[in-house]
Design a protein around this ligand. Structure first.
Ligand SMILES: Cc1cc2nc3c(=O)[nH]c(=O)nc-3n(C[C@H](O)[C@H](O)[C@H](O)COP(=O)(O)OP(=O)(O)OC[C@H]3O[C@@H](n4cnc5c(N)ncnc54)[C@H](O)[C@@H]3O)c2cc1C
Length: 245
C-alpha cells in the first residue's frame, strides 16, 4: 500500500459495513482509510448484484444496489476517509517506535484473500488439538501451552450472562450437550465439533457439512450419550476457581 500516513482507523473492506464505519469514524473526528481487495467500493452489492433492487433499507421503499452504494460512499467518505482499492490485506505487523508502537497492514497483490477466519484440519488434527487440552497443554511430557492456560479457556467468561463461553472455547455448563458440565468444545460451521471431556478422559471429533447438519447434530447428541455410558468416568468434574469467574 503506497500510503504510509498513520490513520486512527484502518477499515478492511469497503462494503456497507466498512463505508458506514468510515462515516462514524468521521463523526467522531477520527481519521480513517478503507482498504478493499475489489476494484470498487460496495462489497457484495457491487460485486454480485449492482442491478438488483433492495427493499429492506430503512427510508427507501426500494433502491438499486449500485445507487445505495453511491449514496453510502458519499455519506461514508464525506469526512475525508481515503480509499485503497485492489489491495488485499494479508497480515498485521507490529512496528516498534519510540512511542507505543503501531501496526502495519500487510498487503499482497498476488492472492491469499482473507475473508473470514477459518481453520482446516483433518479429524486427527482436531483430535490432537483436543488431546493437547485434555493433557493440560502438554504433549509427550513437554509443556506446549502455558501452565494454567487450559483452566483459563474452560473458566466461564465474566462478560457472558450464561456460562456458555470460556476463553475461545464453548462450555457445557448449561448442559447443551449430554456431557458433564466441565466438558468444553470448539464449534465450527456446519455442526463440526471437538469436545474435550476431562471426566471421561475423552476427546470426540465430529466433522461434517452444512447439508445434513440438523440430522448430524441429532446423531451426535445420541452418540455422545452412548459414549458416556460406554467409557468409564476417570475423575470428578473440574470446577473453576470462584475468584476467576
Ligand atoms: C445475491 C445477494 C443478494 C442480497 N440481497 C440483499 C438485500 O436485498 N437486502 C439486504 O439487506 N442484504 C442483501 N444481501 C446481503 C448483503 O449484501 C450483505 O449483508 C452485505 O453486503 C454485507 O456487507 P459487509 O460490508 O459487511 O460485507 P461485504 O459486502 O461482503 O463487503 C466486505 C468487503 O471486504 C473486502 N475484504 C474482505 N477481506 C479483505 C481483505 N483481507 N483485504 C481487503 N479487502 C477485503 C471484500 O472485498 C468486500 O468488498 C444480499 C447478498 C447477496 C449475495
Amino acid at each position: 500500500m503506497a500510503e504510509q500516513e498513520l490513520k486512527d482507523i484502518s477499515i478492511i473492506g469497503g462494503g456497507p459495513t466498512g463505508l458506514f464505519a468510515a462515516f462514524y469514524a468521521g463523526m467522531r473526528a477520527a481519521s480513517a482509510r478503507i482498504i478493499d481487495a475489489l476494484p470498487a467500493l460496495g462489497g457484495q452489492l457491487m460485486a454480485l448484484y449492482p442491478e438488483k433492487y433492495i427493499f429492506d433499507v430503512a427510508g427507501f421503499p426500494k433502491i438499486l444496489a449500485k445507487d445505495l452504494v453511491r449514496d453510502m460512499a458519499a455519506q461514508g467518505l464525506q469526512f475525508g476517509a481515503t480509499t485503497h482499492l485492489g489491495e488485499i490485506v494479508t497480515g498485521l505487523r507490529k512496528v516498534e517506535d519510540e512511542g507505543a508502537g503501531h501496526f502495519v497492514l500487510e498487503t499482497d497483490p498476488y492472492g491469499n484473500f482473507l475473508l473470514q477466519g477459518y481453520e482446516l484440519g483433518t479429524a486427527r488434527d482436531w483430535l490432537r488439538l483436543g488431546l493437547l487440552y485434555l493433557q493440560d497443554g502438554t504433549w509427550d511430557g513437554q509443556r506446549l501451552l502455558p501452565e494454567g492456560w487450559s483452566n483459563f479457556v474452560r473458566t466461564p467468561a465474566p462478560a457472558w450472562s450464561q456460562p456458555v463461553y470460556g476463553g475461545m472455547f464453548w462450555l457445557n455448563r448449561t448442559r447443551a450437550w449430554p456431557l458433564p458440565e466441565d466438558a468444553y468444545y470448539m464449534a465450527g460451521s456446519g455442526g463440526q465439533y471437538t469436545f474435550i471431556v476431562p471426566t471421561h478422559d475423552l476427546v470426540v471429533v465430529r466433522l461434517g457439512h452444512y447439508k445434513g447438519e440438523a440430522l448430524g447434530t441429532q446423531a451426535l447428541t445420541n452418540a455422545l450419550a452412548l459414549l458416556l455410558r460406554a467409557v468409564p468416568q476417570a475423575r470428578a468434574p473440574w470446577q473453576p476457581d470462584e475468584a476467576a469467574r
